[in-house]
Design a protein around this ligand. Structure first.
Ligand SMILES: *Cc1c(COP(=O)(O)O)cnc(C)c1O
Length: 397
């Protein structure tokens, strides 16, 4: 490596640090859960995507352990050479049935599913209409596709209709609307009833990334399309095995048979990347079983979310409104969000501050996330910590 190249990297790192944007990582010494061991300290975890608390569930560990014995550790192949084990098809069929689609196709992550979904399905004659707050992986997937790109302001349905008309006027053959099912920085739900109605009106397809919903939103946790009763109007669903469904790794696309069949031939992150470990595939089927039958877990999750919201509002914190277990605590100033997260860490509560460019400037926040593994006592302890830190830093009176 040349000295010029290395000093360029050092400059960039210094800029990141000077701007207060350096991300650091803390090592957890225990399984992921409501209570975690960080550097030998027991802490409450309010920032995992472990919505149903399944990340350390004994049934998943047992299922994975059994699969390790039955199917070994790794596949050492992409799917179409020799990486398709019976358990991969079992999981794809189980996902499709759970989500109400013909079939599903697995990826190493939802980042890859979103990276691979657009390019095989749409060409330069087509258009993608994308919400401005969509996840980075959707943005990258759209970049990799030759379709014309249109963007609309977050959840602005007038703007969506305007760009749909514009895409048509500019000659688009097929139009696909792409949206997150839940916008993860705010916990806001995408307006799928309106989006699907506009899609129908303008002859567009709808793609929804349901990472922050599958497993816990909607009846049996089937996600936002089912939550809003518009499942048949959503054409393509992408999602992750890395959040509510056990939290390990893996992504998928679920859709009509010809869509999945073509993706299996053409989606580059599928064709050119290794198959999921069999143990993950087997345990993910168990995770779907637990989620589907998990009304008690969802009840605990949403009870916790309401209790947490009410407790935080009583303390005087400003929250974004909503019903999702993502509950952002608005602080405004980036530095304040970091100070608050640092003080909460000292008080035994693990949360993360989010600030520009992850969220708009001046709207820094601590994004708290509820999960079913937290008890009332845990939440009371976390509320006491937030109250103390908030008063010390002058956020609340
Ligand atoms: C987490 C997330 C992803 C990425 O999922 P992975 O399986 O971790 O790659 C994609 N889209 C959205 C909306 C997400 O929240």
């Amino acid at each position: 490596m040349t000295p010029e190249f290395l000093s360029g990297l050092a400059d960039t790192l210094r800029d990141i640090d000077n701007a207060g944007l350096m991300k650091t990582e803390r090592a957890i010494l225990s399984p992921q859960g409501g209570h975690i061991d960080v550097n030998g300290r027991e802490m409450l975890n309010l920032c995992a995507n472990n919505y149903l608390g399944l990340a350390d569930h004994p049934d998943l560990i047992e299922a994975a352990r059994g699969a390790l014995s039955d199917f070994g550790y790794g596949m050492a192949s992409v799917r179409f050479i020799c990486g398709t084990n019976s358990v991969h098809r079992d999981l794809e069929r189980r996902l499709a049935a759970y989500l109400g689609k013909d079939d599903a196709i697995l990826f190493a992550a939802c980042f890859d599913a979103n990276g691979g979904v657009f390019e095989p399905l749409l060409g330069p004659e087509d258009a993608i209409v994308s919400d401005a707050l969509n996840h980075a992986s959707i943005i990258d997937g759209i970049r990799l596709c030759k379709a014309k790109r249109y963007r609309y302001a977050n959840s602005d349905m007038n703007a969506l209709e305007d760009v749909l008309k514009k895409a048509r006027a500019e000659g688009a053959r097929h139009i696909m609307i792409a949206t997150d099912g839940v916008f993860s920085m705010d916990g806001y739900l995408a307006n799928l009833p309106e989006i699907t109605a506009l899609a129908e009106k303008h002859g567009a397809l709808v793609m929804v990334d349901d990472c922050h919903a599958t497993g816990f939103m909607g009846p049996e946790g089937r996600g936002m399309p089912h939550h809003f009763g518009v499942a048949d109007q959503v054409d393509i669903l992408t999602g992750t095995l890395g959040k509510a469904l056990g939290g390990a790794i893996g992504g998928y696309i679920a859709a009509a048979q010809p869509v999945i069949d073509l993706l299996r031939q053409r989606a580059r992150p599928y064709l050119f990347s290794n198959s999921l470990p069999p143990a993950i595939a087997v345990a993910s089927v168990t995770a779907i079983d637990l989620a589907e039958a998990g009304n008690d877990l969802r009840a605990q999750l949403f009870d916790n979310a309401i209790y947490w919201r009410n407790g935080m509002e009583s303390l005087g914190f400003e929250l974004l409104p909503g019903e999702h277990p993502i509950i952002p605590v608005m602080l405004g100033d980036a530095r304040l969000s970091q100070q608050m997260a640092a003080r909460l860490y000292e008080l035994g509560v693990y949360v993360a501050g989010f600030f520009y460019p992850v969220v708009p400037e001046g709207s820094a926040r601590i994004r708290t996330q509820m999960n079913a593994a937290l008890s009332r006592g845990d939440l009371d302890r976390a509320l006491a910590a937030f109250g103390k830190a908030g008063r010390e830093l002058g956020v609340i009176a």
